[in-house]
Design a protein around this ligand. Structure first.
Ligand code: HT9
Ligand code: FE2
Length: 348
């Protein structure tokens, strides 16, 4: 797809947000779950996960580091767009960021959201956040164009493949070559996944993109056999979410005699709390109980290729370059004219 080059005057990095101290935890969780029917017991549990780390999620600091690295990458390539930071659920809130951009005279900004995926939580909800923020700011709000989904960008695929190779070197010699590769991504309600994406695709855009990304990364890493599982399930127990859960899957693998695993957090770009708690704490502890040797691959956000990827996505829009892609599924987010479209919408 060729985009029509247009004049953009800023980039916003848009993310989930996370608490930065114990007093932030409850109000943050209330922002995340407002009107979503998450049971109070689940919220109490999740609050404990955050409090275990002093009430600080690493996500904001990680995003600030990504912004610094993108700034350096832009400077090195003569891209003089200012970079702003906004979040869905915690400060700096996207509404405040858009107000600041309006005060600075920004008219037409690009938006990089820190999710590679289609689907409601990873894509459409970010469009809703932008629309809400523009409405709050009113007539002076800049136009905001969300960059496309990047789950199959060649730089994302090669960074994830190299992270598997690096994790393999951490394993003891005797299990290194036989370690089972497990890709994991955030679970979502089965019903939400079923209705994601263009109707002619038949839904399931999020889970299909994850499946395709796993196949691309496995091929790049020279891995023939692997598993794809889910993590961080939320919601009431009677509502079905994508399965199997990673912790249950470790039991299954252990029963089959698997002695070592490399867990690959394909669904996330940085080591935020869903990685530190659900993988590095819960899954790692379960593996230890089972006597399964455990290594976890790094997320791609720390790899230099990640900022090159961000620059590439921006240049697709500013220079009208063709999208760099390895996959075949739709990656929604911009139309043929380079304009943001309401993607991943539920059929009405
Ligand atoms: C698909 C997906 C991604 C990946 C795409 C992307 O990256 O955007 C993602 C990322 C993240 N999810 C995160 C945290 C949370 N997600 C929750 C709840 C939920 N996530 C969902 C889906 C996703 N979530 C869903 C369908 C819910 C149910 C409620 C709802 O429909 O909204 C809850 C509520 C408590 C609970 O866990 O029940 C929390 C605290 C953090 C920040 C971690 C940190 O603080 O470091 C990040 C990056
Ligand atoms: Fe989440």
């Amino acid at each position: 797809m060729e985009n029509t080059p247009e004049a953009y005057d800023a980039l916003m990095v848009l993310s989930f947000g996370g608490p930065e101290g114990p007093d932030d935890v409850r109000p943050f969780l209330e922002n995340v779950t407002r009107g979503r029917g998450i049971p109070p017991e689940r919220l109490d549990d999740v609050a404990q996960h955050y409090l275990h780390f002093g009430g600080v999620s690493p996500i904001n600091a990680l995003n600030r580091a990504i912004i610094d690295a993108v700034r350096a990458e832009f400077d090195a390539h003569g891209i003089d767009l200012p970079i702003y930071f906004g979040n869905r659920n915690w400060h700096p809130m996207v509404e405040d960021t858009v107000a600041e951009m309006a005060r600075d005279g920004v008219c037409n900004a690009l938006v990089f959201a820190t999710s590679a995926w289609g689907g409601y939580s990873g894509c459409r909800q970010y469009h809703e956040d932008l629309a809400r923020a523009r409405e709050a700011v009113g007539a002076d709000a800049p136009a905001l164009t969300k960059l496309r989904q990047f789950y199959d960008h060649p730089l994302a695929v090669s960074a994830a493949a190299d992270a598997i190779a690096a994790a393999r070197t951490e394993l003891p010699d005797e299990v290194r070559d036989d370690a089972r590769i497990i890709f994991t991504a955030h679970s979502v309600p089965v019903r939400a996944d079923a209705t994601d994406g263009p109707t002619d695709l038949g839904g399931h855009l999020y889970s299909r993109q994850i499946t395709e990304a796993c196949a691309l990364v496995a091929a790049a890493a020279g891995v023939d056999e692997y598993d794809q599982v889910w993590q961080s399930r939320s919601g009431p127990p009677q509502v079905p979410w994508l399965e199997p859960d990673i912790v249950d899957h470790l039991d299954t693998l252990s029963d089959k005699g698997v002695g070592a695993v490399i867990v690959v957090p394909i669904g996330f770009v940085s080591d935020h709390l869903e990685v530190l708690w659900d993988l590095d704490t819960e899954a790692r502890d379960r593996a230890a109980e089972l006597g399964v040797v455990f290594a976890r691959a790094a997320t791609i956000g720390t790899d230099q290729r990640f900022v090159e990827l961000v620059r590439g996505l921006v240049q697709e829009m500013t220079d009208g370059l063709a999208a760099q892609r390895l996959g075949t599924l739709p990656t929604l987010g911009v139309d043929a004219d380079g304009h943001a479209v309401e993607c991943c919408s539920l059929p009405s």
